[in-house]
Ligand binder design. Structure first.
Ligand SMILES: Cc1cc2nc3c(=O)[nH]c(=O)nc-3n(C[C@H](O)[C@H](O)[C@H](O)COP(=O)(O)OP(=O)(O)OC[C@H]3O[C@@H](n4cnc5c(N)ncnc54)[C@H](O)[C@@H]3O)c2cc1C
Length: 343
């Protein structure tokens, strides 16, 4: 899953702002401590007040604690003063309560940048081993510094066109397990407002309209307001490939981790009052494509490719699947690379 528009996939995020891969990046010589602090401040990361936790979320949190699991509130980049708690974060918050990358675009405009939309880059132009600009549908924009940030599905395509080999894709594969709890109204709650962190996966309260479709297929009588669900999101193996097509399989290890997560999620839902015979899952999906221009392989620790002046600053550079929301880490990395370029 990804979103093609100004602001990219942040437009449809759930507003989760957590640090991930901090240690892995430090081991690669990239210390993001200052950038994380700056990013958290800029995005306004904080946990929402108690009044933003609906009945469904509270039931899941209590049930998980009763089973001996550690449950934390999810840090969010959502302004509680603007949020109307209607659960529409992932449809693009109509209240503008959630941070999106459009705010950086607006900052850049205020600083004098001109933003061109509707002009996808189709080629990076290189002369004598150094970057010279980009071409977009017959138009050429010259510069000796180019930062690719087209996401982990498009950045590798642009690199491949230059003959630069790319690295395998991960997506943080996930399913949502849900069941019926009549009248709970969970579909209108702030999504993923709590987190249970396990070694290779996370669990979080999550509603999906696809659960309703699955229930209808199984002849279960429910509407959207009757469903309680938990997302199981794993650090999956990087075995995907991006060419003209995107191909991403599931390894035996991925399947085992998903099964473990689903078993725990099922136990929590049962404890929360959901009858197991109503359990259904969504199809397998992935919302965090990354890893296709991995640090240490495709880019160096300054995020520069083998082409002088050509940098990458998006999820492509991540060294491994985070199994957790990556936006804060991508923003921190972007701050890091922009500081290096400005030197
Ligand atoms: C439903 C959903 C909810 C999510 N919720 C969260 C969350 O709560 N917290 C979190 O941390 N993560 C979340 N994620 C994941 C997160 O949004 C992504 O991992 C992150 O936005 C990836 O950033 P990126 O810069 O790599 O790519 P993107 O955000 O996808 O940005 C790529 C940009 O490049 C543009 N582009 C593509 N091709 C070209 C081209 N050829 N020329 C010019 N421009 C181009 C696109 O239009 C887009 O603007 C969620 C994802 C989904 C799908």
């Amino acid at each position: 899953m990804r979103t093609i528009c100004l602001g990219g996939t942040t437009t449809v995020s759930a507003g989760n702002g957590v640090r991930c891969l901090e240690e892995e990046l430090r081991l690669l010589g990239i210390d993001l401590r200052d950038e994380f602090v700056a990013a958290e401040k800029k995005l306004g990361v904080r946990c929402l007040p108690d009044s933003f936790f609906g009945n469904g979320t509270k039931r899941i949190m209590t049930a998980a604690e009763q089973l001996g699991l550690k449950v934390d509130k999810m840090p969010k980049f959502i302004d509680p003063a603007k949020c109307n708690k209607d659960g529409r974060c992932t449809s693009g918050c109509p209240e503008g309560a959630k941070w999106t990358a459009r705010r950086f675009v607006q900052d850049a405009e205020r600083a004098g940048a001109r933003i061109k939309t509707g002009l996808p880059v189709d080629e990076v132009v290189v002369r004598n081993g150094a970057v010279n600009g980009v071409s977009c549908g017959g138009r050429f924009f010259q510069d000796d510094t180019v930062v690719l940030s087209a996401g982990a599905l498009e950045t590798p395509r642009l690199l491949n066109r230059l003959g630069i080999p790319t690295t395998p894709l991960f997506v943080d594969s996930f399913i949502t397990l849900g069941g019926i709890l009549k009248g709970i109204g969970f579909n209108k709650e702030v999504p993923m407002n709590a987190i249970i962190k396990c070694a290779d996966f996370i669990l979080a309260p999550h509603f999906s309209t696809q659960l309703l479709a699955e229930m209808q297929k199984h002849g279960l009588n429910a509407d959207s307001s009757d469903i309680l669900g938990i997302i199981i999101k794993i650090k999956d193996d990087a075995v995907g490939e991006v060419t003209e097509k995107v191909v991403k399989g599931v390894t035996n290890r991925d399947a085992a981790i998903l099964s473990e997560g689903a078993a725990i999620a099922g136990a929590i839902l049962k404890e929360a009052g959901v009858a197991p015979y109503t359990f259904v899952t969504t199809p397998l999906r992935g919302a965090h494509p990354g890893g296709t221009a991995k640090i240490g392989v495709v880019v160096d620790k300054n995020m520069e490719t083998e082409v002088h002046g050509l940098y990458v600053a998006d999820a492509s550079v991540l060294p491994s699947a985070p199994g957790a929301p990556p936006i804060l880490t991508i923003v921190a990395l972007a701050k890091y690379v922009s500081r290096l370029i400005a030197l």
